[in-house]
Design a protein around this ligand. Sequence first.
Ligand code: 5GP
Ligand code: ZN
Length: 117
Amino acid sequence: MDCIFCKIIEGTIPSSKVYESEHVLAFKDIQPAAPVHILIIPKKHIPTMNEVADEDDAVIAELFSAARHIAREQGVAEAGYRLINNVNSDGGQVVYHLHLHLLGGSKLGPLLADKLS
Ligand code: 5GP
Ligand code: ZN
């Protein structure tokens, strides 16, 4: 499958892994937007949040438990952090394999870079 994140899961593209569980992998974003910028992905190829099925409930729960674990391990849990899931074109999604961005390590500013006009 021509998916960058599936290749990272397979190990054919290298990554800086920070966490792995049965259904989830997490690694450092190649272009960090904050001092801590981790991508948390299901090992199952799900293109976007729109394709999540009822049978994926356990996987989605595991993404969030991974986020809690990683936030503690990266030392940002108490100061705070942000979880982002971009969906499709308006959401700014670039890689079509479901992922959470975990961002922290500094004040992140307003939710959106540009206000709606
Ligand atoms: P999206 O815009 O789809 O929500 O986010 C995709 C993210 O994947 C971007 O922040 C981008 O920097 C990251 N990314 C794209 N290709 C790679 C890669 O090969 N390795 C890693 N570690 N991150 C990547
Ligand atoms: Zn994939």
